[in-house]
Design a protein around this ligand. Sequence first.
Ligand code: ATP
Ligand code: PRP
Ligand code: NIO
Ligand code: MG
Length: 493
Amino acid sequence: MKITKDLYQGSLALLTDFYQLTMAYAYWKSGKAEEEAVFNLFFRKNPFQGGYTLAAGLDYVIDYCKNFKFDTEDLAYLSSMKNTDGSPTFENDFLDYLKEMEFSCDLEAVEEGTVVFPHMPLVKVKGPLLQCQLLETPLLNILNFQTLIATKAARISYAAQGDSVLEFGLRRAQGIDGALAASRASYIGGTSSTSNVMAGKLFGIPVSGTHAHSWIMSFSSELEAFKAYADAFPEKCIFLVDTYDTINGVKNAIEVGKLLREKGKEMVGIRIDSGDLAYYSTIARAMMDEAGFPNAKIVASNDLDEHIITSLKIQEASIDIWGVGTKLVTAYDQPALGAVYKLSAVKNREGEWEPKVKVSQQSIKINIPGIHQTVRYSKNGKAIADMIYLDGKALDDGQYTIIDPVDPTKRKKINTLDLDKEFLLKPIFRKGKVIYVSPDIHHIKKNAQRNLGQFDKAHKRFVNPHIYPVGLEESLYDLRTELVFKMKDYERE
Ligand SMILES: Nc1ncnc2c1ncn2[C@@H]1O[C@H](COP(=O)(O)OP(=O)(O)OP(=O)(O)O)[C@@H](O)[C@H]1O
Ligand SMILES: O=P(O)(O)OC[C@H]1O[C@H](OP(=O)(O)OP(=O)(O)O)[C@H](O)[C@@H]1O
Ligand SMILES: O=C(O)c1cccnc1
Ligand SMILES: [Mg+2]
């Protein structure tokens, strides 16, 4: 298989669960394919037991929808699929329908780098039922992962308190696509560069790195290896000092740093990749200061995450730059976000929108019916509360009660008179055409910083974060309750 050609240059229309296609066929067969529907994509719990989530992946969604087309090879494959009795799974007329299908939905979404919370839609798709349905799996695939990794990166960067975080994950990431998407999402969430050169090329992320133990081991001594590296990269020397003996490694780095200085160059610093990072970084700092290298940086790596970085900060480790791989790009402590994509309204034959609800024993699993928008209220740049409400409802300034959709005893009253408001769902596609100008990745990253800056540190701490108020506007809450009772009665009859 030619990985790049077969995986990345063909159509991605079949990157979906088989049941989406069987439903699509059945919608078509029963004459419902073009009925209009609204689906919302949302998650139910912040990842990593944290207090917030950082949205990422929209640019992939836009690209996916723009190119949402079954090509000849896709259709040939579908046409070869058989039922157990040997009959074709899909009729030819249906395959012709798919062939002609053009993406024609309206799509609204929160922008990448927006801080989001459980229950609020990250994406809202309105359009023909069949198209909306087919998008479920790819949209979840894209947004679940990138949002998860952007959130992990935001946490790690928060722990690093403004220090640079270098993303080193490629070798331990979940495959090729997982690695690329993780590098992108990490950069959005707060890392300053990636070691993944292809991610640098594809996304315009800064690329950086040091060198490995193998470089040192290939020479007869560490000193010789440092000298040779300094010859090759006099401007960019970060010496890995822990191959044999960390303290001796720092001595050798200083010696080569002095040689570089004689040539008018400065060593950038050292990297420590094992042992007690607080202990060794403190000693290395003192040695380098003493030797006249107070500006030389200390990079630390080795299975770091937000918790170890926090601990090293408390220990006052002399670390300036953090190299983080495995635990970031694999979202080590929570491998999936768990966002879902649910039908929330259909247009009836009279052309009116009917809100839809899925009843569940677990109230967290009852979706929010109707067509929504989310408004974020803030004052002096600080977010106060988010309210999910029925799109189209006039939001006059005044008193509002925001009701937690899972626990209605949790309510927050706000007076919106002097508050700023931001509508989080932005129009992205209208009738299948993109109307949104995607910001470049550096702007997305800045948007993430601005967004994170709106939230108090109480929501960002790692242990028992303070819950940010997000809930339903009262009339939406009432609609949901009424519908749940109605559906339960209806099913009982
Ligand atoms: N001072 C410290 N406080 C808290 N955690 C630390 C500290 N120093 C290092 N760590 C973390 O502890 C773990 C170190 O693992 P461990 O001691 O098993 O192996 P190592 O140092 O990598 O040893 P090796 O020499 O085999 O590479 C890593 O996750 C590292 O980030
Ligand atoms: O620890 P991470 O956060 O995943 O960061 C990336 C790791 O990759 C390299 O290790 P390498 O593959 O050489 O293995 P080793 O250091 O574990 O021996 C590097 O030295 C880091 O330790
Ligand atoms: O550049 C580095 O130091 C690096 C790159 C990948 C993994 N570990 C370290
Ligand atoms: Mg390691």
